[in-house]
Each structure stands twice: as structure tokens, then as C-alpha cells.
Write a protein that binds this ligand. Structure first.
Ligand code: 6PG
Length: 246
């Protein structure tokens, strides 16, 4: 594994998936030791599928203390939970259904409800979970990277990018011609760990633009993920890293 700053370059997408599962495992035990639970936000899109499959393997299914894990989502498509586009559905069918995790620990964004009402309800759920804390502080947020530099459902030009008060926002996204719900930057940038998973040659251009684009990179929402006190980690495969100068 080649480690530049906090950029881990792995040989293949399946190696990226294993790396993500290892971080999940290590941070899970670290967080439970520290405050009795592990609050992690899962990513959407297709990239995490191999990662979810690694979590469903006996190696992780039988060793992670799922009863102390709280699963959140960084964003969700505004569709019912059983819809093929649902980020919840991808994780539930890949591994959650095997964990025996208590239903109350699965904090699903209700994509089937009216987007703004569902976003407000999710914000209330986050605030309830972190009650007594001044701010939300997820232990880990997994993120993907779109070819246009979006992450979560924070797209270039999204109104939600300017949100500094609300923790969860909803808006119609022209780029995908659909309503989306998303955690806002304050929540992700207050997390203890933010980990991007990026694989495939198609992402090489945008990964270079975000990581090596200097001032220009500010146009890409992914470059606005800058944890104020937490760690920012990239786990990428060689194909996605193929244009990076180092
Ligand atoms: C979503 C994600 C989104 C995703 C990127 C990359 O709901 O789609 O949150 O930010 O991570 O679009 O998607 P792929 O992994 O499918 O390339």
C-alpha cells in the first residue's frame, strides 16, 4: 500500500474495499472504547458495493459488535427503501440484514417521505442521537466522489453547499433530475474521520482535479470536505490514482 499524506493507493477495487472494512473495524473498536458506541455514515452509489460485501463476510460479520454500531447515511435518493436506487437498500441487502443490529440503530433517511419533511426529521434524529453534545460528531463518514466532483448529494452549485445551520438538507438536483437528501458540510466536517473511497479509471481526472487542482479545486464540493479536527483519508485504487503526480 502506497501512503502519501492520507492517500492510500491500493492495487484494485477489491483491495480498496478491504482497506475500507479494516478502517471500519479499527475505528469501531476505538469508538466503542471511547464512548460506548460507533456512529458511522455509510456512502451511496456503486463504489461501496464491494466494501459492503466484505463487511458481510464471516471475518467481519462475526467480529464486529453490531449491537454497539449505529448506522447513518450521508445522503439518500428520494425513493422508497426497497427501490433499486436507494442507498439504504444497497447496504441493507448487502450486509445489514445479516448483522442482527437492533432496528433502532439503523438510522435510515426516509426517502419515501416528502424531501424537506424527511430531511427535517433526519436532522431531529441526528440531534436526538447527539443530545447533550454541542455538535454532532460522527465517528466515521464514508464518502464517494462523482465525476463532476460531487460528494454525498452536494453537487456543484447545490444550495445545500451554503448550509451552515441545518445538518440535513433536501433539494431537487438538476444533474440527476431527482430530489436528494444530504448531510451538510458542518456535519461531515465535524466528524472524527472522513474516508473517501474512489475506484476506476473514470474517476482519475476528477481525483487529480480535487487533490492536485490547487485553488481551482474549490469548485468541486468534494474539496470542501475538510474535517476541522478529524482525519481526512482517501482510499483509492491504482486506476483512479493513475493521473496523480506522485
Ligand atoms: C450517491 C452518493 C454519491 C456517490 C457518487 C459516486 O447517493 O450517489 O452519495 O455521492 O458517492 O455519485 O457514485 P459511484 O460510486 O456510483 O461512482
Amino acid at each position: 500500500m502506497n501512503k502519501l499524506k492520507n492517500i492510500y493507493v491500493r492495487d484494485s477495487a477489491s483491495q480498496v474495499a478491504r482497506g475500507a472494512a479494516r478502517f471500519f473495524f479499527e475505528l469501531c473498536f476505538q469508538s466503542i472504547r471511547h464512548d460506548g458506541h460507533f456512529a458511522v455514515a455509510l456512502p451511496g452509489g456503486k463504489t461501496p458495493e464491494p466494501f459492503f460485501n466484505v463487511l458481510s463476510s464471516d471475518e467481519f460479520m462475526n467480529t464486529i459488535p453490531w449491537k454497539s454500531v449505529h448506522l447513518f447515511w450521508g445522503d439518500e435518493r428520494c425513493v422508497p427503501p426497497g427501490h433499486p436506487d436507494s442507498n439504504y437498500n444497497a447496504a441493507a441487502s448487502a450486509f445489514i440484514s445479516k448483522t442482527g443490529i437492533p432496528a433502532d440503530n439503523v438510522h435510515r433517511m426516509r426517502g419515501e417521505d416528502q424531501p424537506h419533511a424527511a430531511a427535517a426529521a433526519y436532522e431531529a434524529e441526528l440531534r436526538r442521537f447527539f443530545k447533550g453534545f454541542k455538535k454532532t460528531c460522527l465517528d466515521l463518514v464514508f464518502l464517494g466522489l462523482g465525476e463532476d466532483g460531487h460528494t454525498l448529494s452536494l453537487f456543484p452549485g447545490s444550495q445545500s453547499l451554503n448550509e451552515n445551520e441545518r445538518l440535513v438538507a433536501a433539494e431537487y438536483v438538476e444533474a440527476v433530475k431527482s430530489d436528494r437528501m444530504t448531510m451538510t458540510l458542518p456535519v461531515v466536517n465535524n466528524a472524527s474521520n472522513a474516508i473517501f473511497l474512489v475506484t476506476g479509471k473514470k474517476k482519475a481526472g476528477i481525483l487529480k482535479a480535487v487533490l492536485e487542482g490547487g485553488n481551482e479545486s474549490r469548485h468541486y464540493p468534494a474539496s470542501l470536505i475538510r474535517p476541522t479536527h478529524g482525519r481526512l483519508i482517501w482510499i483509492v485504487d491504482k486506476a483512479a490514482a493513475s493521473l496523480l503526480k506522485d
